[in-house]
Design a protein around this ligand. Structure first.
Ligand code: HEC
Length: 134
């Protein structure tokens, strides 16, 4: 009789764990971008990045997690708890430039904020253009 109760307890614990885990994943996907950023105009859509600013900044600050080709398979990615998103996916590309800008500059949890490290507007937008190019 006692073992049976224990089994139920273990089952309940497991169920709770999976509910929390899936809830967390759902929350993680819902990264709300303020309207102000979402509708931000990218002033550099037609500008050629001749000095490869985007590429250089990416190699310096982003590649370790996001990977060389933007798949989210950088060497550090495997040490993280959150899923490093795939920049080649349709879901990623379907968002506005302003949303990408917001996520890079503000960050959240394991995605660092680059507000202090990347200060020039031109640099920021060249980086947005670069991650969109994967
Ligand atoms: C320490 C690892 C790490 C570094 C370094 C890093 N990122 Fe991230 N990045 C993440 C993680 C983890 C997420 C997913 C965050 C989440 O969903 O909560 C993410 C998410 C993003 C997103 C949002 C993806 C989406 O699906 O909308 C963008 C854009 C992004 N990163 C760009 C960059 C850029 C550009 C750099 C370099 C300037 C950079 N990241 C550096 C870990 C990193």
């Amino acid at each position: 009789m006692k073992t049976k109760n224990n089994n139920i307890l273990v089952l309940l614990c497991l169920m709770t764990f999976f509910l929390i885990a899936s809830g967390y994943t759902l929350l993680q996907d819902d990264w709300v971008v303020p309207e102000k950023y979402k509708n931000m105009e990218n002033p550099y859509t037609q500008v050629e990045d001749e000095d490869e600013i985007g590429k250089d900044l990416y190699s310096m600050h982003c590649r370790s997690c996001h990977g060389k080709t933007g798949l989210g398979d950088g060497s550090k990615a495997f040490e993280l708890e959150s899923d490093v998103k795939d920049f080649t996916s349709k879901t990623f590309k379907s968002q506005s430039d302003g949303s990408i800008y917001f996520k890079i500059i503000i960050g959240r949890d394991e995605m660092p904020s680059f507000d202090k490290k990347i200060r020039e507007e031109e640099d920021r937008w060249m980086l947005v253009n670069y991650v969109k190019s994967f």
